[in-house]
Design a protein around this ligand. Structure first.
Ligand code: GLC
Length: 432
Protein backbone atom coordinates (compact mmCIF):
# COMPACT_ATOMS: atom_id res chain seq x y z
CA UNK A 1 0.00 0.00 0.00
CA UNK A 2 1.30 3.47 -0.86
CA UNK A 3 0.83 5.06 2.53
CA UNK A 4 2.20 8.36 1.36
CA UNK A 5 -0.19 8.93 -1.55
CA UNK A 6 -2.77 10.65 0.64
CA UNK A 7 -0.40 12.50 2.93
CA UNK A 8 -1.67 16.13 2.80
CA UNK A 9 1.59 17.64 4.08
CA UNK A 10 3.62 15.85 1.42
CA UNK A 11 1.09 16.65 -1.28
CA UNK A 12 1.14 20.32 -0.41
CA UNK A 13 4.93 20.39 -0.64
CA UNK A 14 4.89 18.61 -3.99
CA UNK A 15 2.24 20.98 -5.28
CA UNK A 16 4.48 23.95 -4.42
CA UNK A 17 7.07 22.51 -6.86
CA UNK A 18 4.66 21.69 -9.69
CA UNK A 19 4.77 23.74 -12.90
CA UNK A 20 2.27 22.75 -15.58
CA UNK A 21 2.66 23.44 -19.29
CA UNK A 22 0.89 26.78 -19.16
CA UNK A 23 3.12 27.96 -16.27
CA UNK A 24 6.18 26.90 -18.29
CA UNK A 25 4.88 28.74 -21.36
CA UNK A 26 4.53 31.90 -19.27
CA UNK A 27 8.06 31.47 -17.90
CA UNK A 28 9.43 31.00 -21.44
CA UNK A 29 7.69 34.23 -22.50
CA UNK A 30 9.06 36.11 -19.47
CA UNK A 31 12.54 34.77 -20.20
CA UNK A 32 12.27 36.01 -23.77
CA UNK A 33 11.16 39.46 -22.55
CA UNK A 34 14.08 39.69 -20.10
CA UNK A 35 16.49 38.65 -22.87
CA UNK A 36 15.23 41.39 -25.17
CA UNK A 37 15.52 43.93 -22.32
CA UNK A 38 19.10 42.79 -21.67
CA UNK A 39 20.22 43.08 -25.30
CA UNK A 40 18.69 46.55 -25.44
CA UNK A 41 20.62 47.64 -22.36
CA UNK A 42 17.47 47.91 -20.20
CA UNK A 43 17.26 46.67 -16.57
CA UNK A 44 16.83 42.90 -16.63
CA UNK A 45 17.69 39.89 -14.50
CA UNK A 46 19.49 38.53 -17.57
CA UNK A 47 22.63 39.99 -19.09
CA UNK A 48 23.83 40.16 -22.66
CA UNK A 49 27.60 39.91 -22.32
CA UNK A 50 29.22 39.76 -25.76
CA UNK A 51 32.11 37.34 -26.21
CA UNK A 52 33.35 39.05 -29.40
CA UNK A 53 33.30 35.60 -30.98
CA UNK A 54 31.14 34.01 -33.66
CA UNK A 55 30.46 30.27 -33.64
CA UNK A 56 33.08 27.96 -35.17
CA UNK A 57 33.37 26.74 -38.75
CA UNK A 58 35.19 23.48 -37.95
CA UNK A 59 38.30 24.69 -39.84
CA UNK A 60 40.07 26.20 -36.82
CA UNK A 61 43.58 24.80 -36.25
CA UNK A 62 46.56 25.01 -33.93
CA UNK A 63 48.12 23.96 -30.63
CA UNK A 64 46.89 25.65 -27.49
CA UNK A 65 47.15 25.47 -23.75
CA UNK A 66 43.65 25.58 -22.32
CA UNK A 67 42.49 26.42 -18.81
CA UNK A 68 39.17 25.32 -17.42
CA UNK A 69 38.44 27.58 -14.43
CA UNK A 70 34.91 26.44 -13.72
CA UNK A 71 34.36 26.01 -10.03
CA UNK A 72 36.56 24.55 -7.38
CA UNK A 73 38.61 22.46 -9.85
CA UNK A 74 41.19 23.95 -12.18
CA UNK A 75 42.13 21.92 -15.24
CA UNK A 76 44.93 22.77 -17.66
CA UNK A 77 45.36 20.85 -20.94
CA UNK A 78 47.31 20.89 -24.16
CA UNK A 79 44.83 20.78 -27.05
CA UNK A 80 45.51 20.43 -30.77
CA UNK A 81 42.77 21.38 -33.22
CA UNK A 82 43.21 19.51 -36.47
CA UNK A 83 40.87 21.69 -38.47
CA UNK A 84 38.28 19.22 -39.69
CA UNK A 85 36.14 19.23 -36.59
CA UNK A 86 38.60 16.93 -34.83
CA UNK A 87 41.05 17.50 -31.99
CA UNK A 88 43.36 15.74 -29.58
CA UNK A 89 44.17 16.40 -25.93
CA UNK A 90 47.80 15.58 -25.19
CA UNK A 91 48.25 16.44 -21.55
CA UNK A 92 46.01 17.36 -18.72
CA UNK A 93 46.62 18.36 -15.09
CA UNK A 94 43.93 19.23 -12.59
CA UNK A 95 43.93 20.40 -9.01
CA UNK A 96 41.16 21.63 -6.72
CA UNK A 97 41.22 25.18 -5.34
CA UNK A 98 40.14 23.63 -2.06
CA UNK A 99 42.09 20.63 -0.83
CA UNK A 100 39.70 17.82 0.23
CA UNK A 101 41.87 17.32 3.35
CA UNK A 102 41.61 21.03 4.13
CA UNK A 103 45.37 21.66 3.79
CA UNK A 104 44.65 24.72 1.68
CA UNK A 105 41.55 26.57 0.56
CA UNK A 106 41.72 29.24 -2.13
CA UNK A 107 37.96 29.78 -2.36
CA UNK A 108 37.50 31.96 0.72
CA UNK A 109 37.58 35.74 1.28
CA UNK A 110 41.05 35.34 2.79
CA UNK A 111 42.48 34.47 -0.63
CA UNK A 112 43.70 37.12 -3.05
CA UNK A 113 43.32 37.05 -6.82
CA UNK A 114 47.12 36.86 -7.08
CA UNK A 115 47.19 33.66 -5.04
CA UNK A 116 44.46 32.12 -7.18
CA UNK A 117 46.15 32.95 -10.49
CA UNK A 118 49.62 31.96 -9.23
CA UNK A 119 48.07 28.58 -8.46
CA UNK A 120 46.73 28.42 -12.04
CA UNK A 121 50.13 29.49 -13.46
CA UNK A 122 51.84 26.59 -11.64
CA UNK A 123 49.53 24.16 -13.40
CA UNK A 124 50.15 25.89 -16.74
CA UNK A 125 53.89 25.50 -16.20
CA UNK A 126 53.50 21.74 -15.70
CA UNK A 127 51.73 21.36 -19.05
CA UNK A 128 53.93 23.88 -20.87
CA UNK A 129 57.12 22.06 -19.85
CA UNK A 130 55.97 18.92 -21.71
CA UNK A 131 54.00 20.58 -24.52
CA UNK A 132 55.15 24.15 -25.19
CA UNK A 133 52.72 26.37 -27.04
CA UNK A 134 52.45 30.10 -27.53
CA UNK A 135 48.76 30.71 -26.90
CA UNK A 136 46.33 30.15 -24.08
CA UNK A 137 42.56 29.84 -24.27
CA UNK A 138 40.86 30.17 -20.90
CA UNK A 139 37.34 29.15 -19.95
CA UNK A 140 36.37 31.24 -16.94
CA UNK A 141 32.88 30.31 -15.78
CA UNK A 142 31.79 33.52 -14.08
CA UNK A 143 30.10 36.71 -15.25
CA UNK A 144 32.57 39.07 -16.90
CA UNK A 145 32.33 42.04 -19.19
CA UNK A 146 34.54 42.07 -22.28
CA UNK A 147 35.63 44.54 -24.94
CA UNK A 148 37.56 41.98 -26.97
CA UNK A 149 37.96 38.24 -26.88
CA UNK A 150 41.10 38.27 -24.70
CA UNK A 151 40.29 40.92 -22.13
CA UNK A 152 37.70 40.54 -19.35
CA UNK A 153 36.63 42.28 -16.17
CA UNK A 154 35.02 40.19 -13.41
CA UNK A 155 31.50 41.35 -12.57
CA UNK A 156 30.85 39.07 -9.57
CA UNK A 157 31.64 35.64 -8.28
CA UNK A 158 28.87 33.03 -8.23
CA UNK A 159 28.79 29.41 -6.99
CA UNK A 160 30.18 30.41 -3.58
CA UNK A 161 33.69 31.46 -4.62
CA UNK A 162 34.90 34.68 -2.97
CA UNK A 163 38.59 35.68 -3.32
CA UNK A 164 39.01 39.31 -2.22
CA UNK A 165 39.91 42.38 -4.30
CA UNK A 166 38.96 40.71 -7.56
CA UNK A 167 35.52 42.10 -8.42
CA UNK A 168 35.79 44.71 -11.14
CA UNK A 169 39.37 43.64 -11.84
CA UNK A 170 40.84 42.45 -15.16
CA UNK A 171 41.04 38.66 -15.12
CA UNK A 172 43.26 38.63 -18.20
CA UNK A 173 45.81 40.91 -16.51
CA UNK A 174 45.84 38.91 -13.28
CA UNK A 175 46.50 35.71 -15.24
CA UNK A 176 49.13 37.33 -17.45
CA UNK A 177 51.01 38.73 -14.44
CA UNK A 178 51.02 35.30 -12.77
CA UNK A 179 52.30 33.69 -15.98
CA UNK A 180 55.11 36.23 -16.19
CA UNK A 181 56.02 35.71 -12.52
CA UNK A 182 56.24 31.99 -13.30
CA UNK A 183 58.76 32.79 -16.09
CA UNK A 184 56.51 31.76 -18.99
CA UNK A 185 57.27 34.85 -21.06
CA UNK A 186 56.46 33.28 -24.42
CA UNK A 187 52.86 32.47 -23.55
CA UNK A 188 50.05 34.89 -24.23
CA UNK A 189 46.33 34.83 -23.50
CA UNK A 190 44.48 34.59 -26.82
CA UNK A 191 40.93 34.25 -25.51
CA UNK A 192 38.90 34.22 -22.33
CA UNK A 193 35.36 32.83 -22.50
CA UNK A 194 32.46 31.75 -20.34
CA UNK A 195 31.87 27.96 -20.12
CA UNK A 196 28.54 28.26 -21.97
CA UNK A 197 30.39 29.95 -24.85
CA UNK A 198 33.02 27.20 -24.68
CA UNK A 199 30.27 24.61 -24.95
CA UNK A 200 28.70 26.36 -27.97
CA UNK A 201 32.12 26.71 -29.65
CA UNK A 202 33.14 23.10 -29.06
CA UNK A 203 29.81 21.89 -30.44
CA UNK A 204 29.83 24.22 -33.45
CA UNK A 205 33.41 23.12 -34.24
CA UNK A 206 31.86 19.72 -35.05
CA UNK A 207 28.32 20.83 -36.04
CA UNK A 208 28.40 24.39 -37.38
CA UNK A 209 24.59 24.73 -37.09
CA UNK A 210 24.76 24.93 -33.26
CA UNK A 211 23.87 28.44 -32.01
CA UNK A 212 23.07 27.87 -28.31
CA UNK A 213 25.25 26.57 -25.50
CA UNK A 214 24.27 25.73 -21.95
CA UNK A 215 25.73 24.31 -18.76
CA UNK A 216 23.66 22.20 -16.38
CA UNK A 217 26.24 21.33 -13.74
CA UNK A 218 27.29 22.81 -10.40
CA UNK A 219 25.94 26.07 -11.84
CA UNK A 220 23.51 26.81 -14.64
CA UNK A 221 23.73 29.29 -17.50
CA UNK A 222 23.16 29.62 -21.24
CA UNK A 223 24.50 31.62 -24.18
CA UNK A 224 23.33 32.15 -27.73
CA UNK A 225 24.44 33.59 -31.03
CA UNK A 226 22.86 37.02 -31.42
CA UNK A 227 23.18 39.92 -33.92
CA UNK A 228 24.47 42.09 -31.08
CA UNK A 229 26.54 44.66 -32.96
CA UNK A 230 24.81 46.38 -35.91
CA UNK A 231 26.73 45.94 -39.19
CA UNK A 232 28.78 43.07 -37.76
CA UNK A 233 28.25 39.31 -37.86
CA UNK A 234 26.35 37.78 -34.91
CA UNK A 235 28.40 37.07 -31.78
CA UNK A 236 27.86 34.68 -28.89
CA UNK A 237 26.37 36.47 -25.88
CA UNK A 238 26.47 35.11 -22.34
CA UNK A 239 23.04 35.55 -20.74
CA UNK A 240 24.01 34.71 -17.13
CA UNK A 241 20.62 33.05 -17.15
CA UNK A 242 21.21 31.53 -13.70
CA UNK A 243 20.18 34.96 -12.43
CA UNK A 244 16.77 34.93 -14.22
CA UNK A 245 14.29 35.93 -11.53
CA UNK A 246 10.76 36.08 -12.93
CA UNK A 247 9.98 32.82 -11.19
CA UNK A 248 7.54 31.72 -8.49
CA UNK A 249 9.59 31.04 -5.32
CA UNK A 250 8.12 28.72 -2.69
CA UNK A 251 9.02 28.64 1.03
CA UNK A 252 11.87 26.19 0.43
CA UNK A 253 13.43 28.43 -2.22
CA UNK A 254 13.34 31.34 0.20
CA UNK A 255 14.93 29.26 2.93
CA UNK A 256 17.62 28.03 0.55
CA UNK A 257 18.53 31.61 -0.37
CA UNK A 258 19.16 32.33 3.30
CA UNK A 259 21.79 29.55 3.37
CA UNK A 260 23.75 31.02 0.46
CA UNK A 261 26.38 33.77 0.25
CA UNK A 262 24.35 35.74 -2.31
CA UNK A 263 20.73 35.61 -1.12
CA UNK A 264 18.13 36.86 -3.59
CA UNK A 265 20.48 36.46 -6.54
CA UNK A 266 20.77 33.61 -9.06
CA UNK A 267 17.10 32.56 -8.66
CA UNK A 268 17.00 30.17 -11.62
CA UNK A 269 20.39 28.66 -10.79
CA UNK A 270 19.33 27.93 -7.21
CA UNK A 271 16.28 26.04 -8.51
CA UNK A 272 18.08 23.91 -11.10
CA UNK A 273 21.85 23.58 -10.53
CA UNK A 274 23.77 20.71 -8.98
CA UNK A 275 25.11 22.91 -6.21
CA UNK A 276 21.58 23.46 -4.89
CA UNK A 277 19.34 20.48 -5.85
CA UNK A 278 20.54 18.33 -2.95
CA UNK A 279 20.14 21.20 -0.50
CA UNK A 280 16.58 21.81 -1.68
CA UNK A 281 15.81 18.12 -1.15
CA UNK A 282 17.41 18.25 2.33
CA UNK A 283 15.27 21.24 3.32
CA UNK A 284 12.08 19.37 2.35
CA UNK A 285 13.23 16.23 4.15
CA UNK A 286 13.94 18.27 7.27
CA UNK A 287 10.51 19.86 7.17
CA UNK A 288 8.90 16.39 6.94
CA UNK A 289 10.97 15.23 9.90
CA UNK A 290 9.99 18.25 11.95
CA UNK A 291 6.35 17.71 11.10
CA UNK A 292 6.64 14.06 12.26
CA UNK A 293 6.07 12.68 8.78
CA UNK A 294 9.47 10.95 8.77
CA UNK A 295 11.62 9.56 11.61
CA UNK A 296 14.60 11.45 13.08
CA UNK A 297 17.93 10.45 11.49
CA UNK A 298 20.38 8.66 13.77
CA UNK A 299 23.16 11.00 12.63
CA UNK A 300 23.33 14.86 12.61
CA UNK A 301 24.61 15.06 9.00
CA UNK A 302 21.26 15.96 7.48
CA UNK A 303 20.93 18.96 9.78
CA UNK A 304 23.84 20.73 8.06
CA UNK A 305 23.16 23.08 5.16
CA UNK A 306 24.63 21.72 1.91
CA UNK A 307 25.31 18.29 3.44
CA UNK A 308 23.60 16.62 0.47
CA UNK A 309 25.14 16.89 -2.99
CA UNK A 310 23.27 16.07 -6.19
CA UNK A 311 25.01 12.67 -6.33
CA UNK A 312 22.96 10.89 -3.63
CA UNK A 313 19.92 12.64 -5.03
CA UNK A 314 20.61 10.88 -8.36
CA UNK A 315 20.87 7.49 -6.66
CA UNK A 316 17.67 7.70 -4.74
CA UNK A 317 15.75 9.26 -7.62
CA UNK A 318 16.86 6.39 -9.90
CA UNK A 319 16.49 3.54 -7.43
CA UNK A 320 15.84 4.08 -3.71
CA UNK A 321 16.62 0.39 -3.05
CA UNK A 322 19.86 0.28 -5.06
CA UNK A 323 23.25 -0.32 -3.44
CA UNK A 324 24.52 3.24 -3.91
CA UNK A 325 21.42 4.69 -2.28
CA UNK A 326 21.59 2.21 0.60
CA UNK A 327 25.22 3.02 1.33
CA UNK A 328 24.34 6.68 1.46
CA UNK A 329 21.39 6.08 3.85
CA UNK A 330 23.93 4.64 6.27
CA UNK A 331 26.18 7.71 6.08
CA UNK A 332 23.18 10.00 6.49
CA UNK A 333 21.73 8.01 9.41
CA UNK A 334 18.46 7.09 7.70
CA UNK A 335 19.04 3.40 7.08
CA UNK A 336 16.23 2.58 9.53
CA UNK A 337 13.61 4.12 7.19
CA UNK A 338 10.79 1.80 6.09
CA UNK A 339 10.31 1.07 2.37
CA UNK A 340 7.35 3.47 2.10
CA UNK A 341 9.48 6.17 3.74
CA UNK A 342 12.16 5.61 1.12
CA UNK A 343 9.45 6.11 -1.48
CA UNK A 344 8.73 9.49 0.11
CA UNK A 345 12.42 10.39 -0.28
CA UNK A 346 12.22 9.41 -3.94
CA UNK A 347 9.01 11.33 -4.38
CA UNK A 348 10.47 14.58 -3.08
CA UNK A 349 13.60 14.13 -5.20
CA UNK A 350 11.28 13.78 -8.23
CA UNK A 351 9.44 17.00 -7.30
CA UNK A 352 12.73 18.94 -7.13
CA UNK A 353 14.19 17.38 -10.29
CA UNK A 354 11.04 17.68 -12.43
CA UNK A 355 10.73 21.36 -11.60
CA UNK A 356 14.38 21.86 -12.61
CA UNK A 357 13.78 20.05 -15.90
CA UNK A 358 10.74 22.19 -16.69
CA UNK A 359 12.50 25.46 -15.84
CA UNK A 360 15.54 24.68 -17.96
CA UNK A 361 13.31 23.73 -20.90
CA UNK A 362 11.32 26.97 -20.47
CA UNK A 363 14.52 29.04 -20.50
CA UNK A 364 15.64 27.30 -23.72
CA UNK A 365 12.24 27.97 -25.25
CA UNK A 366 12.66 31.67 -24.36
CA UNK A 367 16.07 31.76 -26.08
CA UNK A 368 14.74 29.95 -29.14
CA UNK A 369 12.04 32.56 -29.57
CA UNK A 370 14.76 35.20 -29.89
CA UNK A 371 17.08 33.07 -31.91
CA UNK A 372 15.49 30.58 -34.32
CA UNK A 373 15.52 31.85 -37.84
CA UNK A 374 14.85 28.70 -39.82
CA UNK A 375 12.31 25.91 -39.88
CA UNK A 376 15.02 23.41 -38.98
CA UNK A 377 14.82 21.98 -35.45
CA UNK A 378 17.37 23.83 -33.30
CA UNK A 379 20.30 22.02 -31.70
CA UNK A 380 21.32 23.14 -28.19
CA UNK A 381 24.78 22.13 -26.98
CA UNK A 382 24.76 21.17 -23.30
CA UNK A 383 27.33 19.97 -20.81
CA UNK A 384 27.59 19.62 -17.03
CA UNK A 385 27.31 16.98 -14.35
CA UNK A 386 23.55 17.32 -13.84
CA UNK A 387 22.92 16.91 -17.56
CA UNK A 388 25.29 13.97 -17.81
CA UNK A 389 24.62 12.04 -14.64
CA UNK A 390 21.11 12.76 -13.37
CA UNK A 391 19.05 9.87 -14.72
CA UNK A 392 16.47 10.93 -17.30
CA UNK A 393 17.48 14.60 -17.19
CA UNK A 394 18.31 14.99 -20.89
CA UNK A 395 15.18 13.09 -21.97
CA UNK A 396 13.07 15.11 -19.53
CA UNK A 397 14.30 18.46 -20.88
CA UNK A 398 13.82 17.23 -24.48
CA UNK A 399 10.29 16.11 -23.66
CA UNK A 400 9.35 19.44 -22.08
CA UNK A 401 10.93 21.29 -25.00
CA UNK A 402 8.83 19.19 -27.38
CA UNK A 403 5.74 20.23 -25.37
CA UNK A 404 6.77 23.87 -25.59
CA UNK A 405 7.87 23.66 -29.24
CA UNK A 406 5.64 20.97 -30.77
CA UNK A 407 6.29 21.98 -34.41
CA UNK A 408 10.08 21.65 -34.39
CA UNK A 409 11.19 19.92 -31.19
CA UNK A 410 14.77 21.05 -30.52
CA UNK A 411 17.50 18.50 -29.92
CA UNK A 412 20.03 18.57 -27.10
CA UNK A 413 23.60 17.67 -27.96
CA UNK A 414 25.80 16.45 -25.13
CA UNK A 415 29.13 18.25 -25.54
CA UNK A 416 31.71 16.75 -23.22
CA UNK A 417 35.15 18.38 -23.01
CA UNK A 418 33.51 21.64 -24.08
CA UNK A 419 35.54 23.80 -21.69
CA UNK A 420 38.89 22.67 -23.10
CA UNK A 421 37.98 22.29 -26.76
CA UNK A 422 35.91 25.47 -26.78
CA UNK A 423 38.77 27.45 -25.19
CA UNK A 424 41.11 26.23 -27.94
CA UNK A 425 38.57 27.11 -30.65
CA UNK A 426 38.16 30.58 -29.11
CA UNK A 427 41.93 31.08 -29.16
CA UNK A 428 42.01 30.07 -32.84
CA UNK A 429 39.06 32.25 -33.97
CA UNK A 430 39.51 35.90 -34.94
CA UNK A 431 37.82 38.44 -32.66
CA UNK A 432 34.69 40.01 -34.20
C1 GLC B 1 27.35 30.38 -12.84
C2 GLC B 1 28.18 31.48 -13.50
C3 GLC B 1 28.11 31.39 -15.01
C4 GLC B 1 28.47 29.98 -15.45
C5 GLC B 1 27.57 28.97 -14.75
C6 GLC B 1 27.90 27.52 -15.13
O1 GLC B 1 26.01 30.62 -13.12
O2 GLC B 1 27.73 32.75 -13.08
O3 GLC B 1 28.98 32.32 -15.61
O4 GLC B 1 28.34 29.89 -16.85
O5 GLC B 1 27.72 29.10 -13.35
O6 GLC B 1 29.19 27.18 -14.75
Amino acid sequence: MNLFKHNPILNEIKESFRLDLSALQDIAEDFYEELILAVNGQPSSLQALPSYLPTASGKEQGNFITIDFGGTNIRVSSVTLQGNGSWSVRAEVRKPLRDPNREYDLTTTETSGTEVFDFVADLIAQVYNSFPSSQIGMTFSYPMVQHSKNEARLLRWTKELQPHDTIGERIDLMLTESIRRRGLAKLSLAAIINDTTACALAASYQHPAVKIGSICGTGHNSCCLYPYFPEKPPVIINLESGNFNRLPLNGFDKRLHQHTLDPDQQHLEKMVAGKYLGEMWRLILWELIQKDQLPEPSHPLLQQPFAVSSEPLSYLYADPWGNSARQWYQQAGIDHYQPYQLLILQDISAAVIHRAIGLIAASYAGILKSNSSSDEPAVIAVDGSVFRFLPGFKQGVEQQLANLHPDHPPRLLLTPEGSSIGAAVAAALPSV
